[in-house]
Design a protein around this ligand. Sequence first.
Ligand code: URA
Length: 233
Amino acid sequence: MNNPWYEVVVQPKPAAKPVAKAESAPGAKPAEIDGAMVARDVASAAGDLAALQSALEAFELCELKRGARNTVFADGNPAARVMVIGEAPGRDEDIQGKPFVGRAGQLLDRMLAAIDMGRNEPDADRSVYITNILPWRPPQNRDPRPEEMGMMLPFVHRHIELAEPQMIVLMGNIACQALLGKRGITRLRGNWGEVLGRPALPMFHPAYLLRNPHAKREAWADLLALQARLRAL
Ligand code: URA
């Protein structure tokens, strides 16, 4: 179909906006738009990462976007074997437009460096590609709501399909809830699961490690497990 009904909503500046009579009638309720359905359609239509980023930047149906300065898409090497998926941008990420650049992100960089990996490594074997479940900062860094995650999940799924990582690291409860349908990171961490047919390793979120440094021991074990699996492939 050339002109599906939601394009009017998704396109930033439509040339002409057809208005149905019923909608313009005084007191008429505008039709409910299913944001998750629109997200599914626009995300699946993206043929590459640049198109997915553009589609995300043009997506206006998630309330979080209104309070955000930037749409935080990804950082690192898209050809990396490992894709790291976190929760949502915080203050620093919102300002800079990149994931994991604040204190937690700096710890993440040190953790990756400990297994000789990093987001700025040009070599795909040693690099990582980093994104989040939500591309917009929730107000006051509150937890993402299930309906927000549900709406944005088609973009995350398409992001994984297009980046084609060999392995995924799920940072913290929110990433596990969104992609494995499970919470309880203390139990989940270190146990490989599967996301879209790819091995996925839940780990403690670096922000949790900043608050609970004793848990770095388990995080180190998980990094070694990741390294061992990469070497075995
Ligand atoms: N925490 C996250 O989960 N993601 C970020 O980008 C920053 C902090």
